[in-house]
Design a protein around this ligand. Structure first.
Ligand code: 2AM
Length: 195
């Protein structure tokens, strides 16, 4: 499970490594881990722990408490409906050693949300890569050698009804993602009511 940051223990003066992401439902995380174990040999790469499987919307880097507060306020003003995501694509980026699950046709809502968060981040001084946004869930890292990629994914789907800000913490040889804050997206019913 992704840990929630204890507000009392956060050192407010130290920059934190932050990113906006969509959490995957826990049962989906477990299904993906099982599917990965069935489809990749152990030497393919370092598997990401189930609780750390997520889809990054915008990576912010090391962020001061003041800047994080501004970005959280901006994120709170975002109003857009949730959307469904199907992880029906798979790929390997040997340069960065990443094997990932993605979407053949990413929903427009996902692209809009990421675009908005990334432009808010850029305007607040967080460097944003000029590479186009390619929504993905990293499955394995350190995959720098050729790997046989399964022809089909587990085809897992979920409804994204909220997005979240996470802190990435590396301690005792492990990376953990701590939930900082989540924001709900409007339900589809509300959107159609409003039309
Ligand atoms: P990745 O899975 O493709 O490596 C937390 O580290 C999240 O932020 C990960 O999902 C990671 O994407 C992403 N991330 C880390 N460093 C990044 C960078 N320099 N630029 C863009 N995304 C980054």
């Amino acid at each position: 499970m992704i840990n929630v940051v204890d507000k009392n223990t956060v050192n407010k003066t130290k920059p934190r490594r932050l990113f906006f992401a969509l959490a995957l439902p826990e049962d989906m995380q477990q299904n993906i881990v099982q599917w990965r174990a069935d489809n990749f040999p152990p030497e393919a790469g370092r598997p990401i722990a189930a609780a750390n499987l997520h889809l990054t919307l915008a990576f912010l880097g090391e962020v001061s408490a003041a800047k994080a507060q501004v970005l959280q306020q901006l994120a709170g003003r975002i109003s857009q409906p949730g959307f469904n995501i199907t992880l029906d694509d798979i790929g390997h980026w040997p340069g960065s050693g990443v094997i990932w699950l993605g979407c053949k046709n990413p929903p427009r809502g996902l692209l809009q949300l990421a675009q908005l968060l990334r432009s808010q981040a850029a305007r607040s001084g967080c460097y944003q890569t000029p590479l186009p946004f390619h929504p993905h869930v990293t499955l394995l890292r350190g995959a720098v050698r050729p790997v046989a990629i399964p022809a089909k994914t587990a085809n897992e789907s979920f409804h994204a009804s909220h997005f979240s800000l996470y802190e990435s913490v590396f301690a005792r040889g492990r990376t953990r993602y701590h939930l900082v804050q989540s924001w709900p997206m409007a339900s589809s019913e509300r959107t159609s009511d409003a039309l």
